[in-house]
Design a protein around this ligand. Structure first.
Ligand SMILES: C[S@@+](CC[C@H](N)C(=O)[O-])C[C@H]1O[C@@H](n2cnc3c(N)ncnc32)[C@H](O)[C@@H]1O
Length: 264
């Protein structure tokens, strides 16, 4: 089975089983959609009338919040079960969202330079080639468009288990190629999904190489000193699980400035 087939099946099962990542936006969240989506103030004051691509974000959270804020929303996801949740929520709230079932590394269904914002929750770990995703995002964003993405950190994906004295073991090599092995500590892994480690030079350098400028970068914390051993928030005290990046698509390269100095 290819990574797409495996991950489609895994996420269909997670969606149908009520995963915490398949939770639709609540009425309270929809009352302040931009505040809910964007605690850091990365979004413009209004997204009304903007084209927003919610990339690999089925489940009815991001799409419903952007649509509640007046954006023209397209949701891309590989899992029909996740997309059904967007469809169900949109129809319940009388909102319109366009659903596209495809893989994030093939956005041929989305027109070039058509999007003002691409918002991608944690999901690039499900594809082997991150550069292909960045190329597609750069293509569909208009120059000056915003790309907000969240990723699993490489170190978090290297953790394989917890020792008896509660140390977390970095058991996968940093330069590991191909699908990650199954691990004992699954706090930040999804059942039956095929995941890939992307290195920092690919996560951050890759954006710069694809024509983005990075405007901000944060590490959303999951650390909780009161969390019991074995809980994902206990592990979050030792290893940052996620990185969130704000990047902006650059326009055409500025023309070389002409010198006004002449030799004679
Ligand atoms: C962690 S969930 C994110 C969605 C969720 N709404 C949230 O609140 O974070 C990851 C999503 O990526 C999707 N996915 C996995 N592989 C994909 C691929 N190759 N292309 C597009 N979507 C993919 C899954 O179906 C799932 O909906």
């Amino acid at each position: 089975m290819s990574y797409r087939e495996k991950n489609r099946a895994a996420w269909n099962r997670l969606a149908d089983g009520g995963s915490r990542f398949a939770r639709a936006a609540t009425d309270q969240e929809c009352a302040n959609p931009l505040g809910t989506l964007d605690s850091r103030g990365w979004l413009p004051d209004s997204v009304r009338g903007l084209n927003v691509l919610c990339l690999a974000s089925g489940g009815g959270w991001q799409s419903i919040l952007y649509a509640s804020a007046g954006a023209n929303v397209t949701v891309v996801d590989l899992s029909p079960s996740m997309l059904r949740l967007d469809e169900r929520e949109a129809s319940r709230r009388r909102l319109t969202v366009r659903l596209v079932e495809t893989s994030m590394d093939d956005l041929s269904a989305v027109e070039s330079a058509s999007q003002d914002i691409v918002h991608q929750p944690v999901s690039t770990c499900y594809v082997p080639d991150l550069a292909a995703v960045y190329r597609e995002v750069a293509r569909v964003l208009r120059p000056g468009g915003l790309y907000i993405s969240q990723h699993k950190t490489p170190t978090s994906l290297q953790i394989t288990r917890r020792t008896r004295d509660n140390h977390y073991v970095v058991g996968v090599e940093y330069y590991h190629q191909g699908p990650l092995p199954a691990v004992d500590d699954t706090s930040y892994r999804e059942d039956n999904a095929t995941e890939h480690l992307h290195r920092w030079e690919q996560l951050v350098g890759g954006l710069c190489q694809t024509g983005f400028v990075i405007e901000d970068l944060v590490e959303p914390s999951r650390a909780d000193r009161t969390a019991p051993v074995g809980d994902f928030r206990h592990r979050g005290r030792f290893v940052a699980p996620y990185v969130r990046i704000k990047a902006r698509r650059q326009g055409d390269q500025p023309k070389q400035r002409q010198s006004i100095w002449t030799p004679d």
